[in-house]
Design a protein around this ligand. Structure first.
Ligand code: 4AD
Ligand code: MG
Length: 431
């Protein structure tokens, strides 16, 4: 008899198989017991018919408690009424570990309780669906960039540089000197682009942000492509194709997960239509003022502003050319205006905010040196980075996609903590 994963059930209809499972719920009558099961790959039903099994097996089916682990054997059947579409008619049950008083019951629990039990909560159908979509997005990311001729160059996590400003740095000791946890792999990807042309990184990044919002994690994963010989407009085209590709892959391969989450595929389908609109920061300010926001040119946008702007469009929208004063030191200055830089944030629809930040990079050694000093950074720490402008400097552009931000939007979850297996938040480093 073959041991299978339930996700492969369509290949074993009417066959007898063995599956390792946990019990999630059950109900029974005098003659039949319905066990709700999960095997890690699917959530499905096991049916135990009293007249078809030994009295011991039927008794076990009635007694077994939530999250007890078991081997079951039985016949796979199609079951058009269930979400998964297949069930197992159980013949034997072998209990592996009897479980009592599993803390997460089918009733409603508060967020804090669930977060305290994240190590167990991951088993539940909702987080399970989100993590499967996360996996699909990661796979799609590798496929997209490899197919586009990028290679993955890993950036270090322990660094001496602060690309995104010194206020959110995580400080640590590095033997007898200071180091920080990476805020972004970008500066290293720029070195990579000059060695390999088109590169990307995917890794954890850290921001000691004292903000407690639906969009901020302390530790999050970022995808950071960087392209040599490329101006910003071409980078925007890659960005929108990349996002449309992620949406397409999720629609193709995660139908069941979207159903579990109640995320309407028709809504997502709209986001595969290209190009995405582009508006300038100046236009954004005018729009916001018209919308009743009391703000002046030069301010950075918070969540209400980003939501309002995104609501004016049916698709993700690029806001381009932000004021230089509110953006990092490395961005390319505008050729005819010295108050803005060549950059773009991509705002997701439905109030999910900025999912990509990117720019063309400053290429001139003296300009960049000056910007580093103005940012309060020590140019000595950045001499390796300045070397990139000394030896074969070229126009180049890049961007960073926050995986969890994008995933929160794709899955329709309401908080970024749902998009990472073990979230690190302002008040949470446990479990
Ligand atoms: O806009 P950011 O700060 O840009 C950079 O770090 C650039 N160096 C990227 C690059 O050009 N290579 O961050 C990029 C993205 C944001 O758009 C957002 O999606 C995500 O990272 N992000 C966060 N996600 C979760 N929690 C946080 N605290 C985040 N901060 C940024
Ligand atoms: Mg940003």
């Amino acid at each position: 008899m073959k041991q299978i994963n339930m996700v492969d059930a369509p290949k074993y209809v009417n066959e007898k198989v063995k599956i390792g499972v946990w019990l999630t719920n059950k109900r029974s009558s005098g003659k039949i017991a319905f066990l709700q099961l999960r095997d890690g790959t699917a959530f499905f039903q096991g049916v135990v018919v009293k007249s078809n099994v030994t009295p011991e097996v039927f008794e076990l089916a009635k007694e077994v408690k939530q999250e007890t682990s078991m081997w079951v054997t039985g016949i796979i059947h199609e079951d058009a009424r269930s979400k998964f579409g297949y069930e197992i008619e159980i013949e034997t049950i072998e209990v592996l570990s009897e479980t009592h008083d599993y803390p997460i019951t089918p009733k409603e629990h508060g967020v804090d309780f669930l977060m305290d039990h994240r190590h167990l909560w991951l088993r539940s159908s909702r987080p399970h669906a989100v993590m499967r979509i996360r996996n699909e997005v990661i796979k799609a990311t590798y496929d997209f960039f490899n197919d586009e001729g990028f290679i993955k160059i890993d950036a270090p996590i322990l660094t001496g540089s602060a690309p995104e400003g010194t206020t959110t740095l995580f400080h640590t000791e590095y033997f007898d000197r200071d180091a920080y946890l990476s805020q972004s792999g970008q500066l290293y990807e720029e070195a990579g682009a000059q060695a390999f042309g088109k590169v990307f990184s995917f890794g954890p990044t850290f921001r000691a942000e004292k903000s407690k919002t639906r969009r901020h994690l302390i530790e999050f994963w970022m995808i950071e492509p960087e392209m040599a010989f490329m101006h910003q407009e071409e980078s925007l085209e890659i960005q929108e194709r990349y996002i449309a590709y992620l949406v397409t892959r999720v629609l193709e391969n995660c139908q069941m997960e979207l159903k579990t989450l109640g995320r309407d595929p028709e809504v997502l389908k709209k986001y595969t239509v290209l190009p995405y609109p582009r508006i300038s920061y100046d236009e954004a300010i005018t729009m916001l003022k018209k919308g009743g926001f009391d703000l002046e040119w030069g301010v950075d946008f918070g969540s209400p502003e980003e939501t309002y702007l995104a609501d004016q469009f049916n698709q993700p929208v690029f806001v381009i050319n932000y004021p230089k004063a509110i953006k990092p030191f490395y961005m390319k200055p505008h050729p005819t205006r010295d108050d803005v830089v060549i950059c773009a944030d991509l705002l997701a629809p439905e109030g999910y905010g900025e999912i990509i930040g990117g720019s063309e990079r400053a290429t001139d050694y003296d300009y960049l040196y000056d910007q580093i000093v103005k940012a309060g950074l020590d140019p000595k720490e950045y001499s390796w980075y300045l070397d990139l402008r000394k030896y074969g400097s070229v126009p180049h552009s890049g961007f960073g996609l926050g995986l969890e931000r994008a995933l929160t939007w794709l899955t329709g979850e309401d908080h970024v903590r749902e998009a990472i297996p073990f979230p690190r938040l302002l008040n949470r480093i446990y479990p």
